[in-house]
Ligand binder design. Structure first.
Ligand code: SAH
Length: 230
């Protein structure tokens, strides 16, 4: 059972992606618990202020340290956290290897930034890890946090009905997944590869493996070179 606490000023953005499909089922099966916290509940004054102007006169707003500190301290007083992650475009790049490792943790906190980001002292003193989902800038950390959660939760044994399914996904073993087909076997003359209809498990396995290798070499030669390294 993994517990993920997400800290956000816009929790609405997190609801739909974390309440459907595989993540929803994993929660229902008790494999994962995801708790979304509204930083505004910890905001200052009548307006529940969570952001302020940056020192040095730049444009944009910055999430303040106080509400974040109070919320993190509150959560830390209830349990120990393996990682307190800040979603950030300058963090380490999320990949399958990192998702695999995080899926084995017990308690994780994820802080979503917004506007210009968060007061840097949060990153210096409270955060244990910073993760990016790619070299582009989004408006907030909520979508990145949902991406991270989905990539983690689907890897927990039992989250996917066919246990082996997650292992045959792309990037496991640095290989891309082979193509998949379903009925009808012939759609307007566009046919499914014969071998998949052969009923011969050995031939099918060999075909899938050769497709994986061919696709990885052609589409991601960089990955293919890393094969066998991890
Ligand atoms: N000024 C910051 C970007 C702020 S974007 C900079 O240039 O680095 C606002 C928030 O969105 C960030 O605080 C972060 O939490 C989130 N975010 C944006 N792009 C992201 C990415 N590629 N990966 C992870 N989080 C991202």
């Amino acid at each position: 059972m993994i517990r993920i606490d997400i800290l956000s000023v816009l929790p609405e953005l997190l609801e739909s992606p974390l309440n459907h499909s595989i993540v929803k089922r994993a929660k229902e099966k008790g494999l994962a618990k995801i708790v979304i916290h509204n930083l505004r509940d910890y905001g200052k004054g009548n307006y529940k202020q969570t952001d302020d102007y940056p020192f040095g006169g730049e444009a944009g707003m910055v999430i303040m340290i106080e509400p974040v500190f109070n919320l993190i301290e509150n959560l830390k007083s209830e349990r120990t956290y393996d990682e307190i992650i800040y979603m950030s475009p300058d963090g380490e790049l999320l990949d399958q290897k990192r998702a695999n490792a995080l899926s084995m943790k017990g308690n994780i906190m994820i802080l979503c930034g917004h506007y210009k980001g968060v007061d840097h002292r949060i990153r210096e003193h409270l955060i244990t890890r910073e993760i990016s989902i790619g070299d582009y800038v989004l408006s907030g950390g909520e979508i990145p946090a949902a991406v991270l959660c989905d990539s983690i939760v689907r890897l927990i044994p039992g989250a996917i009905s066919d246990e082996t399914s997650a292992l045959s996904d792309s990037f496991q073993d640095n290989l891309l997944a082979p193509p998949v087909y379903t009925r009808p076997a012939d759609f307007k003359g566009w046919k499914v590869p014969e071998v998949l209809l052969s009923g011969n498990p050995k031939l099918i396995h060999e075909w899938k493996e050769s497709q994986s290798i061919e696709r990885t070499k052609r589409l991601r030669p960089d990955l293919f070179e890393k094969k066998g390294e991890d």
